[in-house]
Design a protein around this ligand. Structure first.
Ligand code: GAL
Length: 330
């Protein structure tokens, strides 16, 4: 895969933070809590994070699964802090409830890197040693809308020939910043590009492939054959839609255009196989490397002073279709 300049710079920073920057005598402990280790994107991001810190004998890593419970995550945070973690990385379960974690961390002077599930800015500004790593949700929604607009340059995809795109949105979790912003921006972008659109359904499927499959199967069964476009807030849900069309026995030529977001391994494969028109690559490797670099720097309290550090690190999204899929498959 081609690396962006930013990702390459981060990789270099990380390499620079490895064993040689960590004093031999000090073993650094990084603690992580993820909202749900069964989430495909998060589990791919964590394996990249593992890879990014692996190889340094001076770092020990503890990864916890909060299993969708904020209470569990709060307890895990307490245990990581009392267990001696020098820095903790938190993928919030409830992005509106970081208070307990922030209080615990500040009281014990342990820096926190929040990632992927973005807390509100006011909360991040509560203490100087709080950081966020992720991506710009709006950019992903706009890019997904652009992908759909590009597909419909071929008006034969307007199956009923009414000049209007009949679409379905598969939404992630209620209240998740990515779900809210992606849903709004993909549709706005299609309209800005001059298309008329008609919403058939907006379905919450919680980032889940199986939930998306069952909900789309119901739509297909209830004879919603007029669906021309399905936009999934993530690849797993777009893949669930593909699963539903396969299970229904619908002719491949009669499937709607399906687009996703993430560029997970299965998502990229579906683009390569021509089942998904395109996806928006959510740079999990770049985010994992940036988080590893910052975690090591914070844990070792080296280099830049607190006031010079960026509180937000956002990696850019990229559009992927069959035209550039080769750059992403390796
Ligand atoms: C999004 C990602 C989803 C899901 C979610 C979890 O950024 O696109 O697939 O992983 O984060 O917070």
């Amino acid at each position: 895969m081609k690396k962006t300049a930013a990702a390459m710079a981060l990789a270099v920073v990380l390499a620079g933070c490895r064993a040689k920057d960590v004093p031999e005598e000090k073993r650094l402990k990084i603690g992580v809590s993820v909202y749900d280790s069964y989430d495909t994107f998060i589990s791919e991001l964590m394996s990249d994070f593992n890879a990014a810190v692996a190889g340094s004998e001076n770092i020990s890593l503890e990864i916890n699964n909060a299993a969708k419970s904020q209470q569990t995550q709060n307890k895990q945070t307490e245990a990581m802090i009392t267990g001696g973690c020098d820095v903790i990385c938190i993928n919030l379960v409830d992005r509106t409830s970081p208070r307990k974690i922030i209080d615990l961390a500040q009281k014990n002077n342990v820096p926190v890197i929040f990632f992927n599930r973005e807390l509100v800015e006011e909360d991040l500004m509560q203490w100087e040693e709080l950081y966020y790593i992720g991506a710009d949700a709006e950019q992903s929604g706009v890019m997904q809308g652009e992908l759909a607009a590009e597909a419909f340059q071929d008006m034969s995809l307007d199956k009923n020939g009414d000049g209007i795109i009949q679409y379905v949105i598969l939404e992630g979790e209620v209240n998740h910043q990515d779900a809210i912003v992606r849903t709004e921006k993909c549709v706005d972008t299609l309209i800005e590009k001059g298309y008329q659109v008609d919403k058939i359904a907006s379905i919450t499927a919680n980032w889940s492939r199986s939930q998306a499959q069952s909900r789309i199967s119901v739509l297909i069964e209830s004879n919603q054959s007029e669906i021309e476009l399905i936009m999934g807030n993530n690849d797993d849900m777009a893949l669930g839609a593909i699963d539903a069309y396969k299970a229904s026995g619908t002719d491949r030529a009669d499937w709607p255009v399906i687009v996703g977001i993430d560029g997970t391994a299965d998502g990229l494969k579906a683009v390569a196989d021509g089942e998904m028109y395109g996806t928006v690559f959510n740079d999990q490797k770049g985010q994992a490397q940036a988080m590893a670099a910052l975690a090591v720097e914070l844990a070792s309290q080296k280099n830049t002073s607190k006031s010079e550090r960026e509180k937000y690190i956002r990696l850019p999204y990229r559009k992927v279709t069959k035209d550039n899929i080769r750059d992403y498959l390796d």
